[in-house]
Design a binder for this molecule. Sequence first.
Ligand SMILES: Nc1ncnc2c1ncn2[C@@H]1O[C@H](COP(=O)(O)OP(=O)(O)OP(=O)(O)O)[C@@H](O)[C@H]1O
Ligand SMILES: [Mg+2]
Length: 409
Amino acid sequence: MLDTLALVSSDPLCSFDLSRTAQDTLARVVQTFATGEECLKALSYHEQGDACVVLVDSALSDLSPLNLVDALRREHPQIACILLADDPSSDLVSRAMLAGARATLPPAATGSELSDLLRRLAPVAQAEGNGAHRGTPEDKIHQGPIVVVSSARGGCGKSTVSALFALVAGQADLDVALVDFDLQFGDLGFLFDVAPEHTLADLAETLSSPGKSCRGFSVAVAEGVSLYAPSPVPEQAEVIAGRSRMLLTALSGEHELVVVNTGAFHALSQLELLDRADRALCLLDQTLVGARATLRMRDLCTRSGIPSARFSYVVERAHRSNGYHPSLDEIAGLLGQSALRFLDDGGLRTAQALDRGGFDEVLGGGRSALAAQVALLLEDIALSTGLSLNSLPHMRSTLRRESKGRFLR
Ligand SMILES: Nc1ncnc2c1ncn2[C@@H]1O[C@H](COP(=O)(O)OP(=O)(O)OP(=O)(O)O)[C@@H](O)[C@H]1O
Ligand SMILES: [Mg+2]
């Protein structure tokens, strides 16, 4: 049961009447506020306990709901916000999610829908409230963006792109955590030819005590790139189920950028990672089936309260010439995107080089087209997250050439 459940709504007809249904069943304390200011004031004076959820109605007479969500996230990071909104795919919802809302709920939702959602959010609220990794004040200042590399279908190039992306970011002088969250069949250790001494499961265990650092649990695989790998024993994957959020938060507190490789699309584990991501690279192959699967994954995310504004779509192993595949323009149209990124199919030689971990060979000292295409992905992420890229100087000319044809319109 939650400690505190609060509703903020200036609409006298708001269909949620928490006081009758929720007290003693969903939360120990139930509060209703008519304005955003009233809510902020009350929460700063009273102790809400460790597990607290605030329902923010989109009808507020004083603040915009986005500002309230943002203020709650800044002033009370342990509180989980739910936005009450009719249309889960609306722009307002996307922006509320970016501002820090955890989920959405239609205002006409039933008591049992609310309690299902609270059950889903409770472990998050509890973990953050208990300070599983509450973070030091420095952590709060230094939070590297988390980029999750995902795909709706297997074999789309997640391991390859996560590795190349992390390497290019390392070359741009960033301190990068490359995290292999393909918990059962992670291959990054194999590709970099390292056998990390400590696993993500060990790290999760260590972080359950406060004040512990992540650093000793990685192995350096390139300049500026630390690899965090899962246990080679697939059954151990379950040890960190439900703890990915806490792990990613801790890693982003210690690195300038966190790049997460994911496994095949298993809804629960991927949703948990995507939920915590600042940005997600959604890879797809150049097929109609791939585009359709990507759309379905996006719908599932939207229904789970993860905003599609967080996603960038990347066609992997792309062919720019005509052939037996939809054109990149068609794929962009199907996804409803005006701009799409892509990585060229490097053919058999590139695949062979990648499979033996020959990343440097493929990046060609930053001068290959593939390196420039990966650098463009990094630039996009930097622009949207405020990450500062000091140097990609060795790539500038290739980047310029590549970026002339960068967007498909
Ligand atoms: N741009 C490219 N050009 C040529 N080959 C590529 C390219 N990108 C990836 N490959 C090859 O495609 C294959 C699949 O890539 P990868 O293993 O990265 O996919 P994945 O999404 O991680 O797969 P899984 O879902 O099994 O984890 C590999 O053999 C890889 O070397
Ligand atoms: Mg993989």
